[in-house]
Design a protein. Structure first.
Length: 110
């Protein structure tokens, strides 16, 4: 089984949690943080990351701040007020999903 298929549904809560804990981050920084936190198990591709960031921005969940760094511009993402509510909701939803899986894979612990 391809593990990346399992992670796809969790990418949004992962990013929202990162932003809650770190305040603001740029895309590459997010990918590296997730890679480090998971000891290389989870690698977020640009093809998965940026469409999600753009969608969350369009939905008002994220705000973007541009910062000039020499000859390039870096986009920093952070949670809006509604993004903070969405992050809390997504953690509850993810926990419920995890508990449901627990019923299937390890019912003695549920």
């Amino acid at each position: 089984m391809n593990k990346s298929n399992l992670y796809k549904g969790c990418l949004e809560p992962i990013l929202l949690k990162l932003l809650k804990e770190n305040g603001r981050m740029y895309g590459y920084e997010m990918t590296q943080k997730v890679k480090a936190l998971t000891a290389g198990e989870l690698k977020i591709t640009e093809g998965a990351l940026y469409p999600l960031l753009h969608r969350l921005e369009a939905e008002g969940i994220l705000e973007v701040e541009m910062e000039n760094l020499g000859n390039r511009v870096r986009k920093y993402y952070s949670l809006t007020a509604s993004g903070k509510k969405e992050q809390a909701r997504s953690m509850i939803e993810l926990e419920a999903f995890k508990n449901t899986l627990q019923l299937i894979f390890n019912p003695k612990l549920a």
